[in-house]
Design a protein around this ligand. Structure first.
Ligand code: AMP
Length: 406
């Protein structure tokens, strides 16, 4: 688990003398969009707004960088055209203009290097999806650095407010090696909330989702500090198979059976696994409509488990109430289908019902369940599922380290 050994307030962007500053900000605008790039859920944009507004009103110049989805090329679906419009609308009452910058031409860089905003017209420059730019995610470090240098010419300070975008790239990591760098409020709030887990008594961790391999480090690390680790979703079936239990045609990772056995050997007494399942004959929503509850832990030969069963829900609920702290990441089943969303929704409710506990959730599906049920009792909802697990699993968090250990 990551441990903060310094006073993070020293690295808050509030320490910058904004009146004279040109700032470049890595923010999180990775909102949900439809196939045309139209925003369908703007939660992340709204979370980023307070910082953007503060900077736009008080700094000399503001450049925003962010990514949207995982584009392989420039495409409308991953363009910020609609995000820029929404930002513009949100900032209109403050008379702040939002300008979407399509490309980083030398002329534009030159203009920005010499341009200082006049105080009458406040502008925010939003660079197009940063992943459209060559170098941002390049495996070649020199290429990444070259792009970071280009970005750094546009500002005097770098502010990272994108906790969720924790992978090292030019705009999240390399640029912080080139400019005096600070943290934004979203990033700081995440670190503060997750750091609570350095010192917990009676933690129940609830993990779900598709792949054991993706959450293995987090599972190991959480097992060390948890009283119980509840595991649902497809990742549970790799563990069940490793225990010699029949999993039928369920989604498992054959090549992870050995590590699954090690996890069971080491943490078997802490793991709480499904004891029954909702199974379908095929992995389709149509087939899911005739899904049924198994009578025990064994999954019939020709079926696929798509959710945890009712006995498991009860067992998980009984485990969750034991925790003074409860941490949740990942769905208990194929949450996207009505017939197999019950497990995830029930677990969300069960965590909420554990009133006195400190409750933390993260990850798209867990957040979707919380929103669907309008659960209000969580103490912190992390903006980044992968980032949250990475923070809890490892002693390093590169996009933070590069700023506080400079
Ligand atoms: P992750 O991104 O790892 O949190 O996984 C989320 C995905 O896991 C969701 O799209 C779920 O549909 C999927 N998932 C959860 N349980 C199962 C299951 N039993 N079989 C197949 N996929 C599942």
């Amino acid at each position: 688990m990551y441990k903060v050994n310094t006073d993070l307030n020293k690295f808050s962007y509030k320490n910058i003398d904004l009146a004279n500053a040109r700032v470049i900000v890595r923010t999180c605008l990775n909102v949900s969009v439809d196939s045309n790039g139209k925003v369908t859920d703007a939660t992340r944009l709204y979370e980023s707004l307070p910082l953007i507004k503060d900077l736009a009103l008080n700094a000399q110049n503001v450049i925003l960088t962010a990514h949207l989805g995982r584009p392989e090329q420039r495409e409308r679906k991953s363009s910020f055209w609609n995000v820029a419009e929404m930002l513009s609308q949100s900032l209109r009452e403050n008379h702040i203009e939002v300008i979407l910058v399509d490309d980083l031409t030398n002329e534009w860089i030159d203009k920005m290097t010499h341009n200082i905003n006049s105080s009458e017209s406040k502008k925010v420059y939003l660079l197009e999806n940063i992943r459209f730019f060559e170098g941002e995610e390049s495996k070649d470090k020199t290429e990444r650095m070259m792009f970071a240098k280009k970005l750094s010419m546009l500002a005097d300070y770098f502010i990272n407010d994108a906790f969720a975008d924790y992978r090292e790239s030019a705009s999240t990591y390399d640029i912080a090696t080139l400019l005096p760098s600070y943290l934004g409020p979203v990033f700081l709030k995440e670190v503060e909330a997750l750091s609570m887990f350095n010192n917990v008594d009676i933690l129940v961790s609830v993990l779900g989702g598709a792949k054991l391999s993706e959450k293995l480090d987090a599972l190991n690390s959480l097992a060390e500090i948890s009283e119980k680790v509840v595991v649902g979703g497809a990742m549970a079936y790799t563990l069940l198979k490793a225990m010699g239990i029949n999993v039928g045609k369920s989604l498992i990772e054959e090549d992870k059976l050995d590590v699954a056995k090690e996890v069971i050997q080491k943490y078997g007494d802490k793991l709480v696994l499904p004891v029954d399942h909702v199974v379908a004959n095929e992995f389709t929503e149509e087939a899911a409509r005739s899904a049924y509850n198994t009578s025990d832990q064994s999954i019939p030969e020709d079926t696929i488990a798509i959710d945890i069963g009712w006995r498991t829900i009860k067992l998980f609920e009984e485990t969750i109430v034991l925790g003074n702290y409860v941490l949740w990441n990942g769905p208990m089943g194929v949450f996207e289908w009505d017939k197999s969303s019950k497990g995830t929704l029930s677990i969300g409710k069960a965590i909420e019902k554990n009133g006195p506990a400190y409750k933390l959730a993260g990850g798209g599906d867990s957040i979707a369940a919380i929103n669907k049920l309008q659960l209000k009792g969580f103490n912190h909802i992390s903006t980044g599922g992968g980032a949250m697990l990475s923070f809890l699993a490892y002693e390093k968090f590169p996009t933070l380290d590069v700023i506080i250990n400079r």
